[in-house]
Design a protein around this ligand. Structure first.
Ligand code: ADP
Length: 568
């Protein structure tokens, strides 16, 4: 784990790390000298040793001051290094999340992804910076303290050193329990963040269902579960550190007794006992830090595995084809396509259709019969399990995905908006488009007037997800964005007029008809206005196309279409 972390994240920042290590090294060396100087001051003061009292006091004051300066420098540098390394890790992880294949991403809840991106990265980052900065502290402290304690008293030092293996045993006995608890805690946190995320997404429906109290209860249940598991964790870690402290207290009492005897026998001075104690403390600190790092490693392993799990999921780039689509899409053929999201739950069963000329085409069928899935397969968000999808006679997997998608425009029932102005949002996917073109497209979808009534017109900032727009306005804006796309020859529209009134629907139908003169437009729609204008409607049933024809033809000959049409 350590090597991979170093290679992936720390290596490129190794100069910062080296600087941090230098600052820490100087800091601990300076602090390491002060107990020695303090012991000298006491012995000179009590007349046990000869020396210039003033010089030693000044030296002591100077060391303390320098130690303070280095401690501030260390925390500033430490924070800087930690944040830059963690930001690097987060940006790398986000890069992957944004490019995950849909099937890989389907396995994660939103809250879970957030938890991994934020807290797991921070656990791993903090640990390694702590490790790098502590190693030097540990080594310097070990060297200085061992040197001085052995110099002061060989007997006392030997007794002290015998205690350390016992402390390690305490750690060893508990480490697997620490790791188990950590994994449990992470799981509870994933669920907590996903739950809270969905509450915030659905604030309004929760009110209309009158289930705020129920949700509050569930939220409090989550808090309780988090509380319980946190308490378990704290109990365990404080139990471990209590056992370690008990051991060190026992050692202190033993040492004090023996040192008392040595002092009365004249084998030791009081000053050297004070210095011995400080150095022993330093040694304890170093050893405790080593043990603590070892224990923390257990939770880092859990976080690291969670990050790795994301790193190992398949990316879209890994399944990318090589052929660059440079011409228009003129032909879309599906041959015996089988597809399922989950094993044993087939969605498409040998679906086949072919479109060989521009025009408006529709997929209709009952809810859940797989219409949206067909559009997603065409966008290559998913790949077929069996069968082929060919575009211009070539298997879809052979194309470079970016090139393929730049020729397609996909719109869902609820178009997405990011925080930004109307202009910003309409430029998504087409950065160069001029303001006049944007306004023209908005006129064509009938949203221009609404925008002009907004307080800052096209510079009005749309809130997250377009919250300050009605659902119909969102669809009109989404459609305007669609019309602005250049070089598109295949439009995939999923219920994009579902929230429009009759007049608006007619206007959009007219626009789509215009687009369809030179492009293939496949839509999933139950709206009559759109269906009547379709060149061909394909009726999906149980994962297959069972009928195809114009609206009129299907009404005449298909009972199933008639039924569906009556319930639209
Ligand atoms: P339609 O558009 O015809 O209403 P869909 O293509 O959206 O139907 O869905 C077809 C089936 O696949 C449904 O049973 C749905 O529950 C299932 N499904 C859709 N998306 C997913 C997904 N990401 N994971 C698992 N099952 C899914």
């Amino acid at each position: 784990m350590g090597k991979a972390i170093y290679e992936n994240y720390l290596k490129e920042k190794r100069r910062y790390l080296a600087f941090l290590v230098l600052v820490i090294g100087l800091g601990v060396s300076i602090s390491g000298l002060s107990p020695y100087v303090f012991g000298e001051v006491i012995d000179i003061f009590s007349g046990e040793k000869q020396g210039d009292f003033k010089t030693w006091i000044l030296a002591y004051a100077f060391l303390l001051l320098l130690a303070q300066v280095f401690s501030v420098l260390e925390s500033l540098t430490g924070q800087w290094v930690v944040t830059s390394i963690e930001n690097r890790m987060k940006s790398r992880l986000m890069e992957r999340i944004l490019r995950l294949r849909s099937r890989s991403a389907d396995g994660f809840e939103k809250g879970e992804l957030l938890n991994r991106l934020e807290f797991d990265v921070e656990t791993v980052g903090d640990y390694y910076i702590d490790l790098v900065s502590s190693i030097l502290m540990i080594v310097v402290n070990l060297v200085i303290s061992v040197y001085f304690i052995f110099r002061i008293s060989l007997e006392l030092s030997l007794i002290s050193v015998l205690f350390f293996p016992l402390m390690y045993l305490v750690n060893f006995a508990f480490q697997s329990r620490v790791r188990r608890l950590e994994a449990q805690q992470k799981k509870v946190e994933d669920q907590y963040y996903s739950f809270v995320g969905s509450l915030f997404t659905f604030l309004n429906p929760l009110k209309t269902f009158g289930i705020q109290d129920r949700m509050q209860e569930r939220f409090e249940d989550f808090l309780k579960r988090r509380f319980q598991i946190e308490m378990k964790n704290v109990t365990l870690t404080s139990g471990i550190s209590m056992l370690r402290s008990l051991l060190s207290s026992a050692l202190n009492v033993i040492l004090l007794t023996i040192a008392g005897i040595f002092i009365t026998q004249g084998k030791m001075t009081v000053g050297s006992l004070v210095a011995f104690n400080s150095y022993l403390d330093m040694l304890f600190q170093a050893v405790s830090k080593m043990l603590e790092l070892n224990l923390n490693r257990q939770s880092v392993v859990v976080s690291y595995e969670r990050i790795q799990e994301l790193e190992e999921r398949e990316l879209e780039t890994e399944t990318d084809g090589t052929y660059l689509l440079q011409e228009e899409i003129r032909e879309v053929v599906l041959q015996k396509v089988h597809f399922s999201y989950r094993q044993e739950e087939p969605v498409l069963n040998g679906l086949a259709f072919s479109i060989t000329e521009p025009g408006l085409y529709s997929l209709v069928g009952e809810n859940g019969c797989g219409k949206t899935t067909v559009l997603k397969l065409l966008e290559r968000l998913y790949d077929t399990d069996e069968g082929r999808i060919c575009i211009n006679g070539r298997e879809i997997r052979e194309y470079q995905m970016a090139g393929l998608r730049s020729r397609m425009a996909y719109m869902e029932k609820e178009p997405f908006f990011i925080q930004g102005t109307v202009y910003d949002n309409l430029r998504l996917g087409n950065e160069e488009v001029a303001e006049e073109q944007i306004e023209e497209a908005c006129r064509r979808t009938g949203i221009h007037r609404d925008i002009m009534e907004m307080d800052r017109q096209y510079r009005t900032v749309l809130e997250e997800g377009g919250r300050n727009l009605s659902s119909g306005q969102k669809q009109k804006l989404g459609l305007a964005r669609l019309l602005l796309r250049k070089d598109v020859s295949l439009y995939l529209l999923d219920e994009v007029t579902s929230d429009l009134d009759g007049g608006a629907e007619k206007q959009i139908a007219g626009q789509l008809e215009r687009v369809a003169k030179n492009a293939i437009v496949i839509s999933v729609s139950h709206k009559e206005e759109l269906l009547r204008r379709r060149k061909r409607i394909s009726l999906l049933y149980e994962g297959e196309i069972i009928e195809s024809g114009t609206h009129k033809e299907l009404l005449e000959r298909s009972e199933r279409y008639q039924k569906l049409y009556q319930t639209m």
